[in-house]
Ligand binder design. Structure first.
Ligand SMILES: N[C@@H](CCC[C@H](N)C(=O)O)C(=O)O
Length: 277
């Protein structure tokens, strides 16, 4: 199997292209190849497949073998892979996702290679039961989730995949390892959840750290950055355009008032290509 290691702000993926469909044992393959000690090492395994609705279809399997509906950093990697490897010459293309529909993508290039990718991430889903949470409210803002005697107020947002955003004093220093896994698997979240811990520094800049469903702590989460911006607007904390600063770097996120759609802009990068026997 030929693969390419890529990352979006340090959120890293094993990217496989040229297959027609996912292999039957894709969950086991993801667990083995994403292992950082006994495998290649990555947060997820990404397939670029043919699509009858868009230029390409993306499927993303988390490092624990579960499949995610969408991934903001992976979709930028897929776009860069496709353009830089000559699978397309279009600078405006479309990528089909499992749970967020077909997403339009715009490429900026420098010296013939993709330097920045803007993805139309679609409209956020705010109805609690659809995120999904067990809370019948629309939107779910400031609800409490209690874990081991500690209460966290959260805002729930789906970007095709589920997120809960929690504001803390110091996102960069927050104890992700203690609270992340407990919140990810809390019964309030029937399909588990990606957890974002955010600190708002100004109306246009937010620090965010993430505990991802199925992957644990990652250096960045594109859909998590979008969910954080949506949550921050809903809570009156930021404007509709802000920089979300993650451990691996910055993403620019815009929530367009006219069409309710989210636009994410950020980089993607190649690391190496290899063969797995
Ligand atoms: N890193 C991602 C999200 C990957 C999927 C997530 N772990 C899930 O299970 O929903 C991103 O950049 O959006």
């Amino acid at each position: 199997m030929e693969f390419t290691k890529m990352h979006g702000l340090g959120n890293d993926f094993i990217v496989v292209a040229g297959e027609q469909r996912l292999p039957d044992d894709v969950a086991e393959l993801a667990i083995r190849t994403c292992n950082r000690f006994f495998g290649i090492g990555a947060d997820g395994l990404v397939y670029i497949l043919p699509s009858d609705k868009a230029d390409f279809k993306m499927r993303i399997i988390n490092s624990d073998g579960s499949e995610a509906e969408q991934c903001g950093n992976a979709i930028r990697c897929v776009a860069k892979y496709a353009y830089d490897n000559g699978l397309t010459s279009k600078k405006e293309l479309t990528i089909e996702t499992l749970g967020a529909g077909v997403q339009p993508v715009q490429l900026q290039t420098s010296e013939g290679k993709v330097s920045l990718v803007t993805v139309d991430m679609g409209q956020p889903i705010l109805n609690g039961l659809d995120v999904p949470t067990t809370i019948d409210a629309n939107p779910v803002i400031g609800h409490t989730v209690s874990v081991d005697g500690r209460d966290f107020a959260f805002t729930a947002v789906s970007m095709g995949n589920p997120h809960c955003v929690i504001y803390v004093d110091d996102a960069a220093g927050f104890d992700l390892a203690t609270w992340g896994p407990k919140l990810e698997k809390h019964p309030l979240f029937p399909r588990k959840i990606n957890v974002e811990f955010a600190t708002v520094n100004s109306r246009s800049q937010v620090d965010m750290r993430v505990w991802e469903r199925g992957a644990g702590p990652t250096l960045a989460c594109g859909t998590g950055a979008c969910a954080t911006l949506v949550s921050s607007v809903l809570n009156g904390l930021t404007d509709r355009q802000a920089t979300i600063s993650l451990a691996g770097g910055d993403l620019s996120i815009v929530w367009n008032e006219d069409n309710d759609r989210i636009y994410m802009t950020g980089p993607a990068a190649f690391v190496f290509t290899g063969n797995l026997n």
